[in-house]
Design a protein around this ligand. Sequence first.
Ligand code: NAD
Length: 289
Amino acid sequence: MKILISDAFDPSLPERLARFGEVFDDTSRLSEANVVLVRSKTKCTKEYIDSAPNLKLIIRGGVGIDNIDSAYAETKGIAVRNTPAASSVAVAELAITLMLSVINKVPFGHEGMVTGDWRKKKIKRMELFKKTLGLIGIGRIATEVAKRAKGFEMNVIAYDKYVSTSDVAELKGLDEVLAKSDFLSLHTPLTDETRGMINKEMIAKMKDGAIIVNTGRGKCVNEEDVAEALKSGKLGGYGNDVWYSDPPENSPLVNAPNAVLLPHIGASSKENLLRIGDIVVEIIETFQN
Ligand code: NAD
């Protein structure tokens, strides 16, 4: 079996996979590969799949498989697998990090310290305590966010079009979640329904000064509308890990006020990369038998 590791995985993975056959990371050898391991960087389009005539299995280390043309892969007899359960804690911790970072103005304070500007009087902090957190989507990651938010004694509510019960959040309609949330954290996959879901009209239904955190998918928000709402003060802050493209091109969020921006690192904790590695080994083992 020939295994191409196309994106960044834990450095121990090549050695752990060696028992299954040859493992390489030279993407120019795609045509030889029977198995390809990707995260979000490699785009498995029709053209990509067509240039891999020996491919039998694509493994996406992570949750969203929107970078893989799964329907086309299926027509070619190529199986697509992912590791959905691995990343929940890593992404949930980042969502909380972004909320805390926005309300404590961590980047602004840090920048002041390294440039010799003592910004003590310029920083007005805010607490999570007793605030309402609204979750859009209450799947694996949002559930972990809810548990952690309760540690801060937040009131947690959620809207999910396809889920009607939750042990960790009070489920509400979308408009009620928008109207009641001091913080809104986005956890839906990118689908035709969620594309651009958080736009001007939705933001208008939110409290003045509310804060949005996006660790879901960049295209679930309209970036122009979010940047506009930050400039006008309608939104009090925005914490973002996900973009229209990695890296972003001409994103209006980059120059927007009160935004804390990260380069899509939700799944990149060292613990998570190890967990993903464990599941990749299991998938290949099962696939081989
Ligand atoms: P999940 O499938 O467990 O949960 C997603 C939830 O969204 C489901 O409960 C689903 O019913 C709900 N949903 C779907 N369409 C909806 C709609 N139109 N309106 C409201 N709710 C809707 O997935 P998860 O493991 O929690 O991951 C969520 C998303 O997080 C992934 O799809 C991925 O896009 C993103 N993610 C980001 C990173 C990162 O690095 N920042 C890492 C992993 C996952």
